[in-house]
Design a protein around this ligand. Sequence first.
Ligand SMILES: *Cc1c(COP(=O)(O)O)cnc(C)c1O
Length: 428
Amino acid sequence: MTISLKECQLMDSQDTLAGLRDLFDIPENTVYLDGNSLGVLPKATLNRVTDVVKNEWGQGLIRSWNSAGWFASPQRVGNKIAKLVGAYENELVATDSTSINLYKVLFAAIQKAKTSPYSAQHRYVLSEKSNFPTDLYIAQSLCAQFGLELKLVHWNDVQAHLNSEVAVLMLTHVNYRTGAMYDMASMTEKAHSVGALAVWDLAHSAGAVPVDLNAAQADYAVGCGYKYLNGGPGAPAFVWVNSSHANEFHQPLAGWWGHATPFQFTTQYEPAAGVSRYLCGTQAIINMSALEVGLEAFEAAQALGGMDALRKKSLALTDLFIQLVNERCTGFGLGIATPLEHSMRGSQVCLSRETGAYAIVQALIARGVIGDFRAGGASTGEPDILRFGFTPLYIGFVDVWNAVEQLKQVLETNEWQAEQFKQAHAVT
Ligand SMILES: *Cc1c(COP(=O)(O)O)cnc(C)c1O
């Protein structure tokens, strides 16, 4: 049985989360399927940022570090993110970028691994080769520093390579290219069973899928503020550390914001208690305030079933997209690169195509359907990808219908073969 536009309209009318879309400013005639790369603008952000700039900065000036809560914002915003990822109060801070936070936690994990009974055997940081490049680059730099090797295996083969030579397992929970999701609890357990520590990157998970860091007994985690959390370009990222390790670590980026008593201005670094020692220097307060507004949408969603309800809708959206592509876009060389199994799927769907993926994405963008292109290539052995993110806070079922309709037209008319769609931009 094929799905009709009418049925998609019915799904929207029955969607109890549909009203959340009103919290966001989404351009007209746009189907935005790239919230996994840069989330949309919450309506309240403009006023909030204006207030921060005009009043807190302009009038409050330096007093605002105290009176406007600027100084405590990494912890305050961190506690709001904590609720989305199964972290307890005061275990998570919002700060810096994902790349920088990964550097800190991977450093901490490698240091901690030295105290393991297996440390004499340790040779590797283990990850998978289609992990996001910045994660791999950060790991390469730390491995070089610590005399370890970064071992990269296929996404499916990680477990088979977990043994006592692995100091740290470093994985991204939901793969940025394919949307494939690991079972965090079971991978972490496997890592622990060979004496390895588990570092998780939640860039494509936080706000997209339910995450329970403490239930999974993960060791360290980082994540992104500008994707599903809608914090705006360059929003602070976050860092979480299992409370059993949080006091054990000396910052590789020891700065005064991570100091126990920064305003004593002592000559000697002394780390703050707990996760606050993962701070380094002064925060980007304007961006931080935008991130805090982004998190309000999740507070609104809480009353409607929270992450579980969002997950249910996300799966319904990605199921619908997959089904419509299968029904309406056959014969054009598209493959589905995202797992069909719900337990292995994040909140995005990726289509593979041997050639033309970039141009097809450009032609879709010209029609107002915004997804993105991710290159495959020789170094990964992966195909080129057309990537579509489905943010359940603001994407509806008719959006999915419209996206597939436009994709069908782009393919049927061969419009994507026009010269203008082949020009490569710096950011794809
Ligand atoms: C988006 C993303 C990042 C981004 O890192 P930045 O430091 O913000 O540039 C890192 N890792 C993964 C897995 C991502 O998806």
